[in-house]
Ligand binder design. Structure first.
Ligand code: PBG
Length: 334
């Protein structure tokens, strides 16, 4: 491309390639497929509320409701799902012990899914925020600081718990240092050689997670507290690349950039610097920006969703997490 010499117009008329659908399709460089997509699901206990008043839209599913929803996912070809638990307040604690309870909500969900839908790949979030009273992803010391090394032990116990329950991919989203190495070593020791690690490796301290935290119920616990001491500053590009490269060397099978839409430069940088698959997460705030604009007839939902996901893929992502995944797979089938 650097040596590109143009003889210019009219030898070059870029529009020739855009004259008809057939040609546009033939020369299109990006192909969005249902198998690229991951559908995130929030799982709740029977006695918990299905929906929070704000934001409306994304629901929390009981395991029974989730199994029904999976029929829809599978029908249109979404075979990979990410699970996020809505943990009852009474089960939250300072040290997040519920996360490694063998009978916790996620372990029960994994077992039911594997029984009913053996072809589905489950991705389980590894972070403490669903389980801690603080709403933070790590354990807090008496001085009020997030303790990296004592958090690692809990994260690893949690990852082993889900892997032993039968989840295919564990996905640490906590941004503690050294967790990929420890989880990889412990999976190997336990003979869980085929459990994949998808690291939320370039995870930014983004303001676009707040609807997710509302749905999860961690927002009220978090209060005014921020995740700046572990998630990456959104002004930093080199640091985000470094974090992903470190996680690859620690044993990640797949890395992730999150959020997606405002971080396409990071996806592209990583695509050029590493050989392993890259996932991108179109997060809850990104979802609601599009959804609310479309609900208010400002933009067309289908066109804008397909554009947003195609551009994430074009930037270099192989796998896309999106709350639109089911809907997109249905559109792609039409
Ligand atoms: C948990 C986690 C978060 C998201 C995914 N895993 C929230 C956070 O880090 O505070 C956000 C996903 C979304 O906004 O859709 N650590």
């Amino acid at each position: 491309m650097k040596n590109f010499i143009s003889r210019g117009f009219p030898y070059h008329r870029g529009r020739r390639l855009r004259t008809r659908d057939n040609i546009r399709d033939m020369v299109s460089e990006t192909d969005l497929k249902a198998s690229d997509l991951v559908m995130p699901y929030f799982v709740r206990e029977e006695k918990d509320h299905p929906q929070v008043s704000k934001p409306l839209g994304l629901r929390r599913h009981t395991i029974t409701e989730l199994l029904k929803k999976l029929e829809y996912s599978v029908k249109y070809g979404v075979k990979t799902i990410a699970l996020f638990p809505v943990v009852l307040d009474e089960k939250k604690s300072d040290k997040a012990e519920e996360s490694f309870n063998k009978k916790n909500l996620i372990c029960r969900a994994i077992k039911s899914i594997n029984r009913e839908f053996p072809g589905i790949t489950t991705i389980c979030d590894i972070a403490l925020d669903s389980y801690t009273l603080s709403g933070h992803d790590g354990i807090i010391d008496s001085d009020g600081k997030i303790k990296n090394d004592s958090t690692l032990d809990v994260l690893s116990k949690m990852a082993m718990n889900f892997a032993e329950a039968g989840c295919s991919i564990v996905a640490p989203s906590d941004m503690m240092d050294g967790r990929i190495k420890l989880i990889r070593e412990n999976l190997e020791t336990k003979g869980l050689h085929n459990t994949l690690i998808l690291s939320y490796s370039s995870k930014f301290c983004s303001n676009f997670y707040s609807p997710f935290r509302d749905i999860l119920g961690s927002k009220k616990n978090l209060g005014q507290s921020k995740k700046h001491s572990y998630q990456i500053d959104f002004r930093n590009r080199r640091e985000a690349i470094k974090e992903s490269l470190e996680d690859i060397s620690e044993g990640a099978d797949i890395i992730m950039v999150k959020p997606a839409g405002y971080y396409l430069d990071i996806i592209r940088d990583l695509r050029e610097r590493c050989l392993i698959p890259i996932a991108a997460f179109q997060v809850s705030g990104e979802y609601y920006l599009i959804k609310n604009a479309a609900d208010n007839d400002l933009i067309n939902l289908k066109d804008c969703v397909l554009e947003s996901l195609s551009c994430i893929k074009r930037s270099g992502a192989d796998i896309i997490f999106s709350y639109f995944s089911n809907q997109v797979a249905e559109w792609l089938n039409q």
